[in-house]
Design a protein. Structure first.
Length: 288
């Protein structure tokens, strides 16, 4: 399967933080969600992919080309959405569009007008007077109006109410119907990723913990509850982490078959949500 983006052993250090040998592919034609706790390196990774900052070592390829060597043409093919307002506040949407459009060879005014209408966005209102949701939709409209092959977004749904969030997710699901397009976005809202992502990349403390398709993740992790008496050392070793309460335990395992075989009828289990996986992985990493 073709990859739109490939990171290979990418390292980037700041004082007190490092991305360590970050490697993962972003599959062409799919939506990949990027999750991880605060400060785990998501924005840093996204900035590296955008070539806004430079890796200390390793390689990043977009569309099969090394991004540093082909920066200009690669930028043309990316639609980038930031969580923060990237616009000049004193301008209207119309004025902002006039500033941005000339940068893109494939800018499509008709498409932009369609998104402005679909998103109910005003042309003449100053950007500083738009709501958070409207600003996000304007960002998205701009990112989608130059026929980008790769849509890269840093927390596009943060700060949005559930209705607008769902609208944004629906737009992304619609965009990905075109199999030549690829979407990569970071989010803390794991339910958004559960809803639309095909692949999940999980980063913690600058390390990629896993990169997998959503169905495999669902099959691989199991949330288990049972009596504390069941927990001996061998059983504990099958769990990523275990939380004990006065009445029993709850634990996350990535060895569901072994656990079911050994613990059988003595446990209650359910498939783990991305949030469960994030919380338990985080606890394990903290434990060391
Ligand atoms: N320019 C910089 N100089 C020094 N440290 C930085 C710089 N940019 C980021 N960092 C540090 O790198 C770490 C990772 O930050 P990053 O913004 O990539 O995390 P994140 O996963 O996007 O977090 P959040 O979910 O809170 O947005 C943090 O400890 C941050 O302080």
């Amino acid at each position: 399967m073709e990859n739109a983006v490939v990171l290979h052993n990418v390292n980037k250090s700041y004082d007190g933080f490092a991305l360590n040998n970050v490697s993962f592919p972003v599959k062409k034609g799919f939506i990949t969600g990027f999750i991880g706790p605060n400060g785990s390196g998501k924005t840093t990774t996204i900035k590296l992919i955008m070539n806004l900052i430079h890796e200390d070592s390793g390689t990043i390829e977009l569309f099969g080309q090394e991004h540093k060597k082909h920066a200009k043409e690669i930028k043309q093919r990316i639609g980038f959405v930031y969580a923060e307002n990237p616009f000049y506040d004193h301008m209207t949407s119309e004025q902002m569009k006039k500033v941005i459009a000339p940068f893109y060879k494939k800018w499509d005014d008709t498409l932009f007008k369609k998104y402005m209408a679909d998103f109910d966005l005003p042309w003449k209102k100053k950007i500083k007077h738009l709501s958070t949701g409207m600003k996000m939709k304007l960002s998205l409209a701009i990112a989608l109006s130059h026929h980008a092959d790769f849509i890269l977004m840093d927390e596009p749904t943060s700060g949005l109410d559930p209705v607008v969030r769902r609208e944004v997710l629906d737009i992304l699901s619609e965009v990905i119907q075109d199999e030549n397009k690829t979407i990569f976005f970071s989010s803390h809202i794991t339910t958004d990723l559960e809803r639309i992502a095909d692949y999940i990349t999980f980063i913690h403390n600058g390390n990629i913990v896993f990169h997998d398709d959503k169905d495999s993740i669902r099959d691989q992790y199991l949330l288990v509850k049972g009596a504390k008496e069941l927990l001996d050392e061998d059983i504990r070793s099958l769990f990523i982490d275990v939380i004990e309460t006065p009445v029993g335990f709850e634990g996350l395992t990535n060895e569901p078959e072994k656990v079911k075989k050994l613990m059988g009828d003595h446990i209650v289990s359910e498939s783990a949500s991305l949030e469960d996986i994030m919380v338990y992985m985080g606890r394990r990493e903290k434990r060391g």
